[in-house]
Ligand binder design. Structure first.
Ligand code: ROI
Length: 157
């Protein structure tokens, strides 16, 4: 069975977000033909977008899955629903659980409901910092001159 390495972003800012993100990692293990290989630490971050919402807990993880991108998306949306996520159509509002496919192997996908690599991931510190923790080399592949400058400064002292 062919399996791909996939990086996921995880975020929550409602109803005990630390527990939600930790529980989300466990829930990922229950998805068919999928297992979690690595998880980052949990990071607290100020909301990007509307500020009238609680701070977020963010993390990323590396999974191995035999599911194709859209099947994986469906499964992740089901986990979000299981965690009480309501889709009220409000963009950039507070959420109990957000699971995003950041990278799916080396594939590039652009359909109405799925864009991979995830849009804007290279500019979001709540993604790049945890990703740097578990996969520093992935970061260097992202096209973000600012990020590469920052990393170079960090690594060169
Ligand atoms: N802001 C932060 N800090 N973390 C998130 O996960 C997050 N997710 C979102 C928006 C509302 C854009 N802001 C966020 O979807």
């Amino acid at each position: 069975m062919h399996k791909e390495h996939v990086y996921l972003g995880v975020g929550s800012n409602l109803e005990n977000p630390i527990k939600r993100v930790t529980d989300a990692f466990s829930a990922l293990h229950t998805i068919e033909d999928t297992r979690v290989l690595k998880t980052s630490s949990l990071y607290s971050s100020k909301p990007m977008g509307p500020q009238d919402q609680p701070d977020y807990i963010n993390a990323v993880c590396l999974i191995e899955t035999a599911l194709k991108p859209h099947s994986l998306l469906k499964q992740l949306q089901q986990v979000e629903l299981d965690f009480g996520r309501e889709r009220k159509g409000e963009r950039w509002g507070a959420r109990t659980l957000d699971l995003d496919i950041l990278l799916y192997g080396s594939q590039q996908i652009k359909t109405a409901d799925l864009t991979i690599p995830h849009i804007g991931m290279a500019e979001r510190e709540f993604v790049t910092v945890p990703l740097f923790e578990i996969a520093p080399s992935m970061i260097c592949q992202m096209e973000n001159p600012f990020l590469i400058g920052w990393l170079t400064a960090l690594l060169m002292g």
